[in-house]
Unconditional design. Structure first.
Length: 341
């Protein structure tokens, strides 16, 4: 079968690899329909894995698929069912897993596409408990934005930041995959959305998604614009995933008692923090990584009800290496998705 593999740091190779073995009793053989690109792919390319891994490694962390053959003991899935593959190898037995908090698993053994072979290949075998059914109204391309994009945003906004109707949120990088999802989900939840973009052409696009205020961070300091928009009060929630470039300004943008939720740090790993502001303003900083299975189910339900992911471009799997450079250069608005069918 065809697959896209990382053969050494920053070097991807599209080629043939052996088909997966027949599924075990509790496993399912699936045909991959679409793989979407994420910043975690870039971290993977750079070798910023959080654990050891062996190369070559099939890349791809987020996909949709169709069941080809369920294992003998699998009852919940039939041939032809559309699914998404949960990328974290959670144990299923620890207290966190039993509480449905798979992304806090105490003995997680890796992330597909990052530590072990991922989804950028035609077929794969996966344990049935890591498959999530896709509602019939959701296309394979949209479903390919579930586990890392919509699921992560669902987890950040609602489990972690506990965003409420009537609150104001600052969403950084409103043109990114998770930025576009965060704008749409926050609006659906009844929040006022302020977002930042890095080019003039993205302003109208972000407004079209429902953003109430759009700041071009290359033309004005976003924290000053946020103070102005909120009448010097600050926002209830900041949705962070940029890191050092925005960190100090993000904290300054919060109102007293505000919450900052972060799932990423695309501009670097260390940032100075004004501790005085943290305690004096009673700010809360919440780290968020990935999604739970329930977050993915909730996300798919939202898609079925019409909350569609923003798709920047559809590509072929072999164009993944070129497309990932667009992601690196932030030259995207929404998601880049590779179709395999
Ligand atoms: Zn576990």
């Amino acid at each position: 079968m065809r697959a896209l593999r990382l053969i050494k740091e920053e070097q991807l190779e599209f080629g043939e690899m052996p088909d997966p073995p027949a599924p075990g009793a509790h496993e399912v053989l699936v045909r991959v329909r679409a793989v979407s690109l994420n910043h975690i792919d870039l971290f993977g390319l750079r070798g910023m894995a959080f654990a050891k891994r062996k190369l070559p490694l099939v890349v791809g962390v987020e996909c949709s698929a169709t069941v080809e053959r369920p294992g003998a003991a699998v009852s919940g899935f039939r041939e032809g069912d559309n699914v998404v593959v949960y990328p974290g190898l959670f144990c299923g037995a620890c207290p966190a897993c039993k509480a449905g908090r798979e992304n806090l698993c105490e003995s997680i053994s890796g992330i597909m596409g990052f530590h072990i072979d991922g989804m950028a290949r035609e077929r794969l075998v996966v344990p049935a408990n890591r498959l999530i059914p896709v509602p019939s109204l959701v296309s394979p391309v949209d479903a390919a934005c579930t586990t890392v994009t919509f699921g992560t945003v669902q987890h950040m906004l609602f489990d972690n930041a506990k965003l409420q109707r009537g609150e104001t949120i600052l969403v950084h990088a409103g043109g990114s995959g998770i930025g576009t999802a965060a704008i749409k989900m926050s609006k659906l939840a009844g929040a006022t959305v302020i977002t930042t973009v890095g080019s003039a052409d993205k302003i109208a696009k972000a407004k079209a998604l429902g953003a109430d205020h759009v700041i071009n961070y290359r033309e004005e300091r976003f924290e000053g614009a946020v103070r102005k928009i909120t009448g010097k009060k600050g926002v209830d929630v900041v949705f962070e995933h940029v890191g050092p470039d925005t960190w100090a300004g993000s904290l300054l943008s919060l109102k007293r008692g505000g919450r900052l939720v972060t799932c990423g740090s695309t501009s670097g790993i260390s940032a100075e923090t004004n501790l005085y502001a943290i305690f004096q303003q009673q700010l809360r900083i919440i780290g968020s990584f990935g999604s739970t299975v329930q977050n993915c189910k909730d996300s798919l339900q939202k898609m079925a009800a019409g909350l569609k992911p923003v798709i920047d471009t559809l590509i072929k799997l072999e164009d993944f290496p070129t497309a990932i450079e667009r992601l690196r250069g932030r030259d995207v608005f929404g998601k880049i998705v590779a179709r395999l069918d």
